[in-house]
Design a protein around this ligand. Structure first.
Ligand SMILES: Cc1cc2nc3c(=O)[nH]c(=O)nc-3n(C[C@H](O)[C@H](O)[C@H](O)COP(=O)(O)OP(=O)(O)OC[C@H]3O[C@@H](n4cnc5c(N)ncnc54)[C@H](O)[C@@H]3O)c2cc1C
Length: 417
């Protein structure tokens, strides 16, 4: 235990990814005294390396009856878009058992409703947040494409699209010719055409968005403790958090450490089945990327993302825990997949792996700890952490101030586990 002197704050936010930073910003803006704890200044976590899509059309949880049917073949192929590291199977077994239950029709429908309720706020909340933190130039309004490489893939996607439409998602179906007019580089890549989500926003640089949030926190004089939070303990005055080089007493704590939140939640009294879906990206430096909006060859599980000065190819899921090194064959599969769509890509300039914070029902964990309202949980956003960070921040602010939350909270509470 550290012998660092005791510092105090009103609200400690643990984690400075897009979720923790958005929460800290929102609370500081509302006049609270906030301290952020995170081991790095800007971060190279999921919030830096993602595909940059404000994915308001992504109402389906990861676990659905269709995924359940395809699961055995997906999991057994190490190069599939959803793979499992064999060494991680024993540790993952309880999570997988819950995931299978959450993929049944009734549970999947309920989870989709909970996700859609949050997604309904994503575009407006990002528009507002970007304006406040000066990140408007990073927000693009060019829509997103789901590519079907064969007519069979397009036919198979119709049930999925109908499900999305039933949640109010706007989608247009494009033939290969129309797709080629919109994105000439994809003219021959998708014989089955594409689904086009015309209203969906994306960001041109998730790392730059984080930098804007960090600058906004500095402008509100929010101090940052550059360290890992390791213990969390209730005291008579509030909650004491310690790490290797600090000791901080807070009246309230928000745990927002992404995929690393599980032990902190456990220390607070909440046993949350949080695991990670590892994801990868490759980047090619180029002044003008070959696509002008994010486009996902759906069967390959990644996005081609135009970013500032580079093309990023990001995605795929590998269930494999937090400790193992990146799997080289996953990066090779990603590179081969990218070249199947854009054959002229040279050797990539850089590679990255990061940790999606994933719960079995794909529904983020937002709300007070079972042990009391002085500890709030805000993690588990899986594939949608960028998309849902601003609405999560509004919910946490409402919980702190006692105001009405923007959505009914029951589906998101930690107590559901
Ligand atoms: C390849 C890929 C593509 C993706 N694409 C998209 C997309 O297009 N759209 C979308 O919405 N989402 C996407 N996601 C998901 C999204 O990136 C994540 O859901 C989101 O970044 C999670 O944010 P976070 O702030 O919860 O966690 P993180 O970004 O992981 O941040 C966690 C923070 O906690 C800190 N931390 C960790 N341990 C401790 C500790 N002990 N003490 C203090 N601090 C700690 C870290 O340093 C970091 O600051 C993608 C993810 C991946 C991997």
């Amino acid at each position: 235990m550290t012998d660092a002197p005791n510092e105090t704050t009103e609200i400690a936010v643990i984690g400075a990814g897009v979720v923790g930073s958005s929460i800290a910003y929102r609370l500081a803006r509302a006049g609270h005294t906030v301290t952020v704890i995170a081991p790095t200044e800007l971060g190279d976590g999921a919030s830096y390396g993602n595909a940059g899509v404000i994915a308001d059309y992504a109402v389906l949880p990861v676990g659905t009856p269709a995924v359940l049917r395809a699961l055995p073949s997906l999991l057994l192929d190490p190069d599939s878009p959803l793979a499992l590291r064999r060494a991680a199977i024993p540790a993952l077994a309880p999570w997988l058992a819950r995931f299978l239950r959450q993929s049944m029709p009734g549970a999947a429908r309920r989870n989709a409703r909970a996700i859609a309720t949050l997604l309904a706020h994503a575009a407006q909340d990002w528009t507002d947040l970007a304006a406040e933190i000066g990140a408007e130039p990073l927000l693009r309004r060019r829509g997103v494409l789901s590519l079907y490489e064969t007519p069979g893939q397009r036919a198979a996607a119709q049930a999925d699209l109908a499900w999305r439409r039933s949640h109010g998602v706007q989608v247009e179906l494009l033939g290969p010719h129309e797709l080629g007019q919109l994105e000439p580089a994809l003219r021959t890549a998708a014989e089955g055409g594409a689904a086009y989500f015309p209203d969906t926003l994306s960001v041109s640089d998730p790392g730059a968005v984080l930098a804007h949030l960090t600058a906004a926190l500095a402008a509100h004089s929010v101090p940052r403790i550059l360290d890992r939070a390791e213990t969390l303990r209730r005291t008579r005055e509030g909650v004491e958090i310690t790490g290797p080089g600090f000791r901080l007493s807070a009246s309230r704590v928000v745990i927002a450490a992404g995929a690393h939140s599980r032990p902190l939640a456990l220390a607070a009294g909440d046993r949350v089945p949080l695991e990670t879906e590892r994801g990868y990206h490759l980047e090619w430096d180029m002044p003008v990327p070959p696509v002008s909006r994010p486009a996902s060859p759906t069967a390959r599980g990644f996005y081609l993302c135009p970013m500032q000065g580079r093309l990023r190819v990001a995605g795929t899921v590998e269930l494999g825990g937090l400790d193992a090194p990146p799997s080289p064959h996953r990066l090779t599969a990603l590179e081969d997949g990218a070249r199947a769509i854009l054959p002229d890509l040279p050797t990539p300039d850089r590679a990255w792996m990061g940790f999606r914070p994933s719960v079995p029902d794909s529904v983020p964990v937002i709300g007070p700890s079972r042990a009391g309202p002085d500890i709030l949980l805000a993690f588990g956003h899986g594939h949608l952490g960028l998309t849902l960070a601003p609405v999560t921040a509004r919910i946490v602010e409402a919980l702190v101030t006692g105001a009405a939350a923007p959505v009914p909270l029951a589906p998101y509470l930690p107590a559901r586990f």
